[in-house]
Each structure stands twice: as structure tokens, then as C-alpha cells.
Ligand binder design. Structure first.
Ligand SMILES: [Zn+2]
Length: 483
């Protein structure tokens, strides 16, 4: 923490950051955990960043930085997961007209990783802006509407604050609900982005876990969320829910999360029968299924074909913010055998930048995936907490399964106050693109990574939705037994 406070010039500034630090250390309610430091293990990269000039498209007249800027000018950078909304809730109590918020958002200087000047200088083309709220206490075991009720009401507040923010800054966000042409929404957003010299950002929303819908009314609630602009839903956050199993369970926020890699519901499977019906409704609606945060077995169930039938999702899926397990063996990351399934469904893994997920060393029992319920978390390895390490995750996945299946899912504003060195906020995206070009990623592949791939998935999801509606698939029904 001492390093963190160096260079902070005023008490006011200190106060802002202290609030963030206290909040972050006390609750860290929006993402996972990391452990102490130790070298060695599969994530260990003893070499400092080694610039490579062996990229396949040498263009000697243009610097790497110029190429990076050109890529971000031609293809919108779509971040799979941005947690600005929960930070507005925690830091500004959702008051986006307060003098302090207006000043810091418009002029810059918001604590953590995001504000308008940094979004512009980072050439951010948009994000799935997460209307995140944490799991209810004991959500994995008490799956009643009453236990989930507060999470649902907070979700409507977080969707509302994102919509108010976008309405207040119409030149900066493309409102998905303004589409009138016959094109799909993803095509409409792309047209809007391309045709405006200001390059407004995609305003697509997401929710992060099906604890954000009532256990007995997921279908109708997801349809309402869709009407409000939600186009992606993660199946779990750090709790199991009636529909799918999570990779980590944070049952009580006074204790650290525990790892649950085993099958929580072996009889039903890691995606329950109820969950399978919800996935079908998401396919029908045109809502992207996100399997970040879910357990190994949930991911396997979603990505695999059934023995005598198709996958449980007709549309491709995303990992909106997950990195490579072979580089950092954290249960939030994607194991190699699952990475290998990703191309079969034309899906995408969007790499998370959070320090605890990019740089860690093995927990002694990390290879166990089926003998649950509790395993150790890996140890955080501070030395590799760098922009280069994030780039290593991206190139690892790109080289293993192809650059058609990698994207960016920063987790900015959701990782607390510690960020990878060189990648402290949304303004640093061009530096990451430049690093990947230095490591030999071609300009064409880079365009896919920054946004082309997730836009392809989104279009596929929209097309499957249209097909299902043409086939006459009716909206899924909730349990309507109550009075
Ligand atoms: Zn997350």
C-alpha cells in the first residue's frame, strides 16, 4: 500500500483514494481474490518484455504506435467487461449529476481506471457495461426469491444508472434502443460508430450472474432486462445459483472466497435443467451467454456437444473476462482442454487484466477438478503483474486456438486499485495493442482481437435468435404458481 500512496499530492486527493482503498479492502464486492507472492510455476516468465520485430506485415514507414492507432480507428475496441457502474454506485452513490462526479467524469481524475478523457484517449469503441451487483449472502444454498430480491432490485438501479449516464452523454454513447433500420443491432452500432467522426461508444449492457434474476422468474426478468438494453448475461458470479455452478463461492463477505471446482450438483449437472431452459430463452432473445466465473464443469457442459445431441446453446458464447489457466492457474481462468473446445462453437475468450488472474503460481492441489468441494487459491506473483503479461495470455490463446477466438475483457473498475504495470486504465489500450504488434500479432489478427471477434459472436447470436423466432419458438415460461 505504501507504494500506492507515493506521489499523492493533496489531502483531498488522498481522501478520494482512501475511500476507494477502504472500500476495496473491506469488501471487494465485485471480483475475486489473489494470494501472496512466490516465483516459479507455469505462470513464471523470467524474461523482461522482449520486443519482437518479426511481425508478418512489416511496414517500415509506420511506427508500431501508429499502426496501433490505425487499428483502433478502423475497428471499434469492444471491452467484454467494464465495471464502471458498480464504482459509480460505491463512490458516487449513483448520483451522476453531483458536481464531483460531473467534474471527474468529464474532465478526468476519477479514481480507479475509467473516465471520459481516458476512454477517448484510449480509443475505446465500447464495452459490455456491467450492471453488476454481488451475490446475496448464502446465495449458493438459499435459492429463494426472497434471498435474491435485493440483488434483483439493485440490478434495476445499476441498469438505470447506466442508462441515465448514456442519456446524459449522447455524443459519447450509442443507445442500442435507438435502432430503427432493418439491420441487426450489432451492425447498427457499428454503422453508428463508423459514420461519426466522434466515434461514440457502444452502449451495450450486461449483467454478471443469474443471481440477478429471481429464481422463480428468470424468463420474464431476462426479457425485461433485454428491453432495457442488456445484451449479455454471465451465468454466475461468485455463487452458485438455480441455473449454473460457479468456480468460486463467496458465501459470506467477511471471509475470502473458496474454490469449488467439483460438481456442485452431480445429479443434475453443472447447468441444471432449469438453467438449460434459461439458456434456450437467451438464444431465442438474442442475449449473449457468458461463461466467465462459472465452474470448470459448467463451462464444459456449455461448450461440449451432448453425447447424442447438439450443444445446450445453439449460439456461440463468450468468456467476457477470463484469462489462460496455463499461464496463471486460477479457477477463474480457462483450462487448455476447454480452450480447445472454443473454436468448435465459434466462441471467444476475452482476456481479463486483473493482477490476480494474470500472474500467479500454482496452488498445490490445482489439478484436481472433480473431487470437490474445496481447493486452495493460487498465489499471486507480483513480479509479472505487467502489461506484457496480459499480452502473453492473449498470444497464448491466439496461438493455441487461433486469433479468431480471442478478445479483450479488461475488468477495469472491477479490479480494485492495483492494476498491471503499464496498463492502469482504459487510456492504455493502445499500448497493449502496440505490445501485441511487437510480439508478432498481425494487424489483421489485431483487429479481430480488439473487437472483430466479439462483434462476430454478437451477430451470430442475433441471427440464431431470428432463426428461432422464424421457427416459432415461443418465449419460455416462468413458474406462475404463486398468487
Ligand atoms: Zn467478474
Amino acid at each position: 500500500m505504501s507504494r500506492f500512496f507515493q506521489g499523492i499530492g493533496t489531502l483531498l486527493f488522498f481522501g478520494c483514494f482512501l475511500a476507494v482503498v477502504v472500500f476495496t479492502l473491506q469488501s471487494r464486492p465485485w471480483d475475486d481474490t489473489e494470494g501472496p507472492t512466490q516465483p516459479g510455476g507455469p505462470g513464471w516468465d523470467p524474461q523482461p518484455p522482449q520486443p519482437s520485430h518479426a511481425h508478418p506485415e512489416p511496414q517500415p514507414d509506420r511506427s508500431i504506435e501508429e499502426r496501433a492507432r490505425a487499428i483502433l480507428n478502423s475497428t471499434p475496441l469492444i471491452d467484454g467487461h467494464n465495471d464502471l457502474a458498480i464504482f459509480i454506485r460505491s463512490e458516487y452513490k449513483n448520483n451522476i449529476t453531483s458536481g464531483r462526479f460531473v467534474k471527474e467524469f468529464e474532465k478526468g481524475g476519477m479514481p480507479l481506471n475509467v473516465d471520459l478523457p481516458r476512454l477517448r484517449s484510449g480509443q475505446v469503441g465500447g464495452a459490455f457495461w456491467s450492471a453488476f451487483v454481488g451475490c446475496p449472502v448464502n446465495a449458493s444454498y438459499d435459492m429463494t426469491d426472497s434471498n435474491y430480491a435485493t440483488a434483483v432490485s439493485h440490478t434495476t438501479e445499476q441498469i438505470d444508472v447506466l442508462k441515465r449516464l448514456q442519456a446524459r452523454y449522447p455524443d459519447d454513447f450509442i443507445n442500442i434502443l435507438t435502432k430503427t433500420a432493418s439491420s441487426t443491432e450489432s451492425e447498427y452500432m457499428l454503422d453508428q460508430w463508423r459514420s461519426s467522426s466522434r466515434k461514440p461508444m457502444f452502449g451495450s449492457l450486461s449483467i454478471e450472474g443469474l443471481h440477478q434474476v429471481p429464481p422463480t422468474a428468470p424468463m420474464s426478468t431476462l426479457r425485461h432486462y433485454y428491453e432495457l438494453g442488456v445484451r449479455m448475461a454471465t451465468l454466475t458470479w461468485n455463487c452458485h445459483n438455480p441455473f449454473a455452478d460457479a468456480s468460486l463461492v463467496w458465501n459470506d463477505y467477511s471471509e475470502p472466497p473458496s474454490v469449488v471446482n467439483g460438481v456442485f450438483r452431480p445429479k443434475e449437472g453443472a447447468v441444471t435443467a432449469h438453467g438449460r431452459r434459461v439458456l434456450k430463452e437467451m438464444n431465442r432473445l438474442g442475449m449473449i451467454i457468458d461463461i466467465s466465473h462459472t465452474s470448470y464443469w459448467t463451462q464444459k457442459a456449455v461448450l461440449s456437444k451432448d453425447e447424442d445431441g447438439p450443444r445446450i446453446t445453439r449460439a456461440p458464447v463468450v468468456f467476457s473476462h477470463s484469462s489462460a489457466y496455463s499461464i496463471c492457474p486460477h479457477p477463474r481462468n480457462v483450462r487448455d482442454d476447454l480452450l480447445d473446445l472454443v473454436p468448435e462453437s465459434n466462441s471467444v475468450v476475452m482476456v481479463n487484466f486483473s493482477p490476480g488472474f494474470i500472474s500467479c503460481t500454482s496452488a498445490p492441489d490445482h489439478n484436481l477438478v472433480s473431487d470437490g468441494p474445496r481447493f486452495s487459491l493460487p498465489e499471486y506473483f507480483e513480479k509479472n503483474n505487467t502489461l506484457h503479461q496480459v499480452a502473453r495470455h492473449i498470444t497464448y490463446i491466439g496461438q493455441r486456438i487461433g486469433y479468431d477466438h480471442v478478445g479483450l475483457g479488461s475488468d477495469f473498475d472491477g479490479m480494485g486499485n492495483e492494476t498491471p504495470r503499464g496498463l492502469g486504465g482504459v487510456d492504455k489500450f493502445p499500448d497493449l495493442v502496440a505490445e501485441l504488434l511487437r510480439m508478432g500479432v498481425s494487424d489483421e489478427d489485431m483487429k479481430k482481437v480488439v473487437g472483430g471477434n466479439v462483434l462476430r459472436v454478437w451477430k451470430d447470436v442475433e441471427d440464431i435468435s431470428a432463426t428461432m423466432k422464424d421457427e416459432g419458438v415461443e418465449p419460455g415460461l416462468d413458474d406462475a404458481s404463486g398468487f
